[in-house]
Design a protein around this ligand. Structure first.
Ligand SMILES: [Zn+2]
Length: 316
């Protein structure tokens, strides 16, 4: 039985749960402009049938989808792009130039992801990546604009989480589709202070200084809202950005203070403790066990990415 879990926002934006790992963890967005559609992020290959079902349910012809725009080529964002492109004949894939070759020939990406997640988890969550013909791939440039039947989508180069990361600015909603650059926000941890956000430093291209710059670059659009892939709508992002900067600084300070012995384990423990304390301060009244269940896989990605970042610093 295929699950289809989606929510309509204002401005012709539909938020579709990717059903990656659990409900409320990852989503993608369908944008409407007078009979044409764009999809921002795709979820995994296992999400593609859900998106196709939604189109069918809303009587959207396959030819009406004009753009598929993964924010970056990590598989919870781009893993379903090949399957969707194969079924949506008019769609063009819009992707960061550093990610394009991985969409055209996904063998390396597939092997890299299997190494990060492990073979068993990879097979469970991701399925096979399908190659996309180069002729249907548009490599973005910073500031490039896409015209979706009069709705202008601007593409912004936003490295830091990954070099191949872009963000989409949608003038109509005054909203940014930020992928992973504006952190991961857990809907379960919403308090009167707003959403709890966590920047996730996934392997292998974490780059703190440019991530700081990307956050500031996004704020220069004066966004009124942010559409997070993890997860959903975040209003008034200006305030939250300060904490993202503080978190990135804290990660770097924690990582650089560690000796070489059992470094990965120490990263796990200290990044976990850092967030557990902040989540409590945020006023979240879930039990520590519940919070750990929600954040543990992201903490693991943080520790893995920071370990690789430290190794890179040592080589330079
Ligand atoms: Zn992600």
């Amino acid at each position: 039985m295929l699950i289809l879990d989606y929510k309509e926002f204002d401005y012709g934006i539909t938020c579709i749960d990717s059903c990656y790992q659990r409900a409320g963890l990852a989503c993608c967005y369908l944008l409407k402009a007078d009979g044409q559609f764009a999809l921002i992020d795709t979820g995994t290959a296992r999400t593609a049938p859900m998106i196709m079902k939604l189109l069918e349910k809303r009587s959207i012809a396959k030819e009406q989808v004009k753009y598929i725009i993964p924010t970056h080529v990590h598989l919870d964002h781009a893993g379903g792009a090949g399957q969707l492109m194969a079924q949506l004949p008019e769609a063009e894939l819009v992707i960061h130039p550093y990610g394009a070759r991985h969409m055209i020939d996904p063998a390396k990406l597939q092997a890299g992801a299997a190494a990060v997640y492990g073979e068993a988890a990879f097979n469970q969550h991701f399925d096979t990546l399908l190659a996309i013909p180069a002729a249907r791939v548009i490599e973005m440039e910073d500031g490039m604009q896409l015209n979706l039947n009069g709705r202008v989508l601007s593409l912004v180069d936003t490295p830091g989480h990954a070099r191949h990361h872009l963000t989409v600015w949608d003038e109509q909603s005054r909203g940014l589709f930020t992928g992973d650059v504006f952190g991961n926000g857990y809907p379960e941890m919403h308090t009167d202070k707003g959403r709890y956000l966590m920047p996730v430093t996934s392997p292998v291209q974490f780059d703190p200084p440019v991530w700081h710059q990307s956050i500031d670059k996004l704020l220069s659009f004066n966004p009124e809202r942010v559409f997070l892939t993890h997860y959903g709508l975040l209003e008034n992002p200006q305030q939250q950005a300060k904490q993202l900067h503080r978190d990135l600084d804290a990660y770097v300070n924690i990582a650089l203070a560690l000796g070489s012995e059992n470094r990965y384990e120490k990263l796990l423990e200290q990044i976990s403790r850092y967030h557990m304390e902040n989540i409590q301060r945020h006023g979240c009244n879930m039990t520590a066990q519940e919070i750990k269940r929600l954040i543990f896989s992201d903490i693991e990605l943080c520790a893995q990415g920071l370990e690789i970042w430290l190794q890179r610093q040592e080589q330079d």
